[in-house]
Design a binder for this molecule. Structure first.
Ligand code: ARG
Length: 583
């Protein structure tokens, strides 16, 4: 681990233990980036009170214990420790990182089995923007965990079961299988649903048929199941188009929708009832997990079997937890789902713990996803107030990217930008997806954010296209110089301040990847990559690379370029943001 902040934390902790006794070995030294040095440690202030000594004295004692430190330490003000790392240390760490195929990112040992529940659109309606962010954030978490050596099991918990399927199947029969399949494959699921719904509300005979169809579906009637499959296959084909466009790693093998749990629901309820965890209340079978009360202070029920005998969303999730822990052997379960389901998951997790289905050794975490808002600060909608279709939204991002690229080409034609039509379309796709994905990832996942295409697609600021551009620019250095970047492995030597700042920044990569994974916060990786691209921009403005006359300096700068490129590429890939060769 080369992250300077972590290295410093350990060093100062050792110094604390030597100066004041082993009981201080795990005190937080409060290392923070500083204006006056690389970092400052503020621990002397807080420790002084407890030790009944002056902060200045405490700081001096810590500094004295850090005499072998590879840099300089100064005590300033009332008792801050200003820490500047030695260039030789940064150089040697950077060289090690350059030689390390993992770029300082560790692996988790023993590896964990991580079940990630994400995307999970509802098949009864068309996939809409609400599922965009759960898909994108979940996919990044899957990539991060795999990179750290964990076994990831993706679970796409599709909404593919329940009462609406009665009317959907009847509507499918009415319009004919083939017409229905065409419509669903083309992403007209909402229209299909609305047509079925309209008949259901207006036509008594249709309503009766739809209700009867729910029963035959639930009883496992082969003909009805076949029709259900026809409906689902066409719907999933459309979902896959969206996944392909987005470049997410979900496949058909990851589909584990609500229907999969249907055969387990009765036993789920029976077992809970037999254990006394579930009780009948007002005709419904309910679990009352401890600690949940309604506005009237009465215990809040989690209904697992309605009074009409039907099972619900919670029943399925309880069956799913049991399956994931018992059959999939999950150590950690991440549910990447909208904020508004927070109470549902808290209650489901508590009920599962109560039932003994979620042992202490396993964790279940709701990775709460904040809502995407329109520019008016309300839920994102079309002008006519309907929910925006995902395909339309993605296509508009690609179109916007294409327009921007054409503008740039016209404004500043370079040999590098003489694309053919195919390359141009590829770049527009990569930039459009980067814009949408990065915007979702770069704010903390539980925050709401405003969907603003112009800002997201911009090539400047904290955006996906800016980071893509930063890495493409480094590639073009190697291309122009006719240099194979794999050969840029000469020692990194620090001269100019911008070289030093870039090298120091690069060393933090491993720590940020591990941290973002542990906390399910890809936005930390985004912030890090943005800071890295900015440090590179400063370096590139101040330090000539190809034009540098001194061969050792030139080689060192090329090595810095190569290392930055690998960090940006790897980081973007962990976010699921495509990295185009040129742009
Ligand atoms: N289909 C659900 C929805 O759109 C999300 C499912 C999330 N996963 C789960 N295990 N409940 O709201």
């Amino acid at each position: 681990m080369t992250d300077p902040q972590i290295v410093l934390t350990e060093r100062v902790q050792q110094a604390l233990a030597r100066a004041f006794g082993p009981e201080h070995a795990d005190a937080d030294p409060l290392i923070r980036p500083s204006q006056f040095a690389d970092f400052q440690a503020n621990v002397a202030m807080s420790l002084a009170k407890r030790l009944r000594r002056s902060p200045r004295e405490v700081a001096d004692a810590i500094a004295a214990e850090l005499s072998d430190f590879p840099g300089t330490i100064e005590v300033s003000g009332p008792g801050f420790l200003n820490i500047t790392l030695g260039d030789a240390w940064i150089e040697s760490e950077a060289r090690q990182m350059l030689a390390d195929p993992r770029l300082g990112v560790g692996t988790i040992t023993p590896s964990q089995t991580v079940v990630i529940d994400y995307s999970a659109p509802n098949a009864a309606k068309e996939m809409h923007v609400g599922h965009l962010r759960t898909t994108i954030v979940g996919d990044s978490l899957a990539r991060l965990h795999e990179h750290l050596g964990n076994k990831v099991i993706r679970q796409n918990h599709l909404g593919d079961w329940g009462t609406p399927f009665g009317m959907l199947i009847e509507h499918l029969l009415d319009i004919g299988e083939q017409a229905a399949v065409e419509q669903l494959k083309a992403g007209q699921g909402t229209e299909f649903y609305q047509a079925a719904r309209a008949k259901f509300d207006a036509d008594e005979a249709f309503k009766t048929r739809a209700r009867a169809r729910v029963s035959t579906l639930q009883s496992g009637d082969p003909d009805t199941l076949r029709l259900w499959h026809v409906f689902m296959d066409a719907t999933v084909r459309f979902f896959n188009k969206v996944y392909d466009l987005l470049g997410v790693t979900l496949t058909d093998a990851d589909i584990a929708g609500e229907s999969m749990y249907n055969p387990m629901l009765q036993k789920t309820c029976d077992d809970l009832e037999a254990a006394g965890t579930a009780v009948i209340s007002e005709g419904a079978l309910c679990v009352f997990p401890p600690g949940f009360t309604g506005s009237d202070d009465k215990p809040l029920p989690l209904i697992i079997r309605k009074s009409d005998g039907g099972y619900g969303y919670a029943t399925t999730d309880l069956a799913a937890i049991r399956y994931r822990v018992h059959d999939l052997k999950a150590d950690r379960m991440l549910y990447v789902v909208g904020n508004e389901q927070a109470l549902h998951f808290q209650m489901v997790f508590a009920a599962a713990r109560q039932a003994g289905w979620l042992p202490e050794s396993a964790s279940a975490e709701h990775v709460r996803i904040g809502m995407m808002l329109g520019k008016d600060g309300r839920r994102f909608k079309t002008r006519s107030g309907e929910s925006v279709k995902l395909m339309d939204l993605l296509q508009s991002a690609i179109d916007r990217a294409a327009a921007l690229i054409a503008e740039r080409e016209a404004a500043a034609p370079t040999a590098d930008r003489e694309y053919g039509d195919e390359t141009r379309a590829e770049i527009a796709h990569a930039v459009g997806m980067a814009a949408v994905k990065y915007a979702d990832l770069s704010v903390s996942h539980e925050s709401e954010y405003v969907f603003d295409l112009d800002r997201m697609v911009a090539f400047t600021g904290n955006t996906g296209p800016y980071l893509q551009y930063a890495q493409a620019r480094i590639r073009s250095i190697f291309r122009r110089g006719g240099i194979d970047r794999a050969t840029a492995t000469e020692p990194i030597v620090i001269g100019a301040p911008a070289e030093r700042a870039l090298a120091l920044q690069l060393l933090g990569f491993g720590a940020v990847v591990e941290h973002a994974t542990a906390t399910s916060e890809p936005h930390r990786l985004c912030a890090y990559l943005y800071a890295t691209a900015s440090a590179f921009t400063d370096f590139f403005e101040q330090c000539p690379v190809l034009k540098e006359a001194d061969p050792a300096i030139r080689a060192s700068r090329l090595a810095l370029c190569a290392l930055t490129l690998r960090v940006l590429e790897t980081g973007l890939d962990l976010l699921g943001v495509p990295v185009p060769e040129r742009m």
